[in-house]
Write a protein that binds this ligand. Structure first.
Ligand code: PLP
Length: 391
């Protein structure tokens, strides 16, 4: 039968990070010894109080539809999270709960981006941002960043890309795949530019906020520039901070009109997020948070190990990522061996037993992303394999 793919779908492809993870699983099933450093999820178990809340919800018969944009209980817990962890003063009426941060981001863009709109996306970017923009008919305007400035853009670079058609800036701090963190004063500089361009909305993707190694409190645009808050949507969740990727719960807060628009879309597509997962997310936001400092410490040690080993391999280099659990490795001096194509480099590493993701999958170049959500012995072995593969 002829395939009838929509124009919108033809503009996007399946996520390259999941493609690499699937390829690694395939090889493993064939008996190959593959270390997978391609996945974007913490390797720690979901905290027991979260699991207990999910079980209790099942036993209590919480198995029905809930309000489409989330239970009142979870919206309250999410508002607490936004206040306590991000410093954003919000209330449950300006919160939406969705099936992962991913759905919230998709809805915000789908509700606002029309054909010809321009969306500024700092690159290297999280793989789904450009795909979502294209799906909506928008034009992706890359704002290129590099290792020399820790993969952060400067306000002037942003301003040079803004046109009357710009309707979004997508900000992600701590960032995937770079681990870049925007400190408060940089956000205030970005805010100065945005004040001159009132047509630009900002999506602040703070999903990795609890995983920052700078020792500074998390900084976010809605707090640094409160006068711009009515055009900022902040996305967060429990996937990364509470090792709950499979629960599929994300939360967002922003202006009433946008939250309502996203809800309109959600009510006609997925409907409410899973009831059991919502109960678990209440426990995640309201329960103890002290495990996080142990996780952060473990991630920081792994980061230090990866950065040190990478920088000792001839031809590879990386700045130390300030947050999240990714390290974007620059391999520019070695690229001639791979015909200038970093996906060939990533395949070569896979052949040598380590799954990573090529930088080009993130709109970057000449390198690969390592996820350091694995224990130190595994990371050490992976780095030995990478070293041997490139020697
Ligand atoms: N934003 C960023 C930058 C991410 O890396 C991810 C997941 O990889 C998400 C959002 C979405 O997370 P989830 O939909 O699992 O909550």
């Amino acid at each position: 039968m002829t395939q009838h793919l929509s124009e919108a779908l033809q503009r996007i492809e399946a996520s390259p990070t999941t493609a690499m993870t699937d390829r690694a699983s395939e090889l493993r099933e064939q008996g190959r010894d593959i270390i997978s450093l391609s996945v974007g999820e913490p390797d720690f178990p979901t905290p027991p109080h979260v699991i207990a809340a999910a079980k209790a919800a099942l036993d209590a018969g919480d198995t029905r539809y809930t309000p489409v944009t989330g239970t009142a209980r979870l919206k309250e817990a999410a508002a607490l999270h936004f206040r306590r962890d991000l410093g954003i003063e919000t209330d449950p009426a300006r919160v939406i709960v969705s099936a992962g941060g991913k759905q919230a981001i998709f809805e915000a863009l789908a509700a606002t981006v029309s054909a010809g709109d321009e969306v500024i996306v700092p690159s290297p970017w999280w793989v789904s941002y450009p795909q979502m923009v294209r799906f909506c008919g928008g034009r992706v305007v890359p704002l290129r960043t590099g290792p020399a400035h820790g993969y952060r853009f400067r306000p002037g670079e942003l301003e040079s890309l803004i046109t009357p058609q710009t309707n979004w800036l997508l900000l992600n701090s701590p960032g995937n795949p770079t681990g870049a963190v925007y400190p408060a004063e940089m956000l205030r500089g970005i805010g100065e530019v945005l004040r001159r361009h009132p047509q630009v909305l900002v999506l602040s993707d703070d999903i990795y906020a609890p995983l920052s190694y700078t020792g500074e409190p998390h900084a976010t645009l809605a707090v640094e520039c409160p006068d711009l808050a009515d055009r900022i949507i902040t996305v967060s969740g429990v996937s990364k901070s509470h090792a709950m990727t499979g629960f599929r719960i994300g939360v967002a807060t922003g202006p009433d009109w946008l939250i309502a628009a996203m809800g309109r879309l959600q009510s006609n597509s997925s409907g409410n997020p899973a009831s059991i997962s919502q109960a678990a997310a209440v426990a995640a936001f309201e329960g103890p948070q002290d495990f996080l400092s142990d996780w952060r410490e473990a991630f920081r040690r792994r980061r230090d190990l990866v950065v040190e080993r990478v920088n000792a391999i001839p031809g590879l280099s990386t700045p130390a990522p300030d947050g999240a659990f990714y390290c974007l490795v620059d391999a520019a001096p070695l690229m001639q061996r791979f015909g200038g194509d970093d996906s060939k480099l990533a395949l070569h590493l896979l052949d040598n037993g380590v799954a990573t993701v090529a930088a080009s999958a993130f709109g970057g170049r000449d390198g690969f992303r390592i996820s350091f959500a694995a224990d130190e012995a595994v990371l050490d072995e992976a780095l030995t394999r990478i070293e041997e593969a490139l020697s």
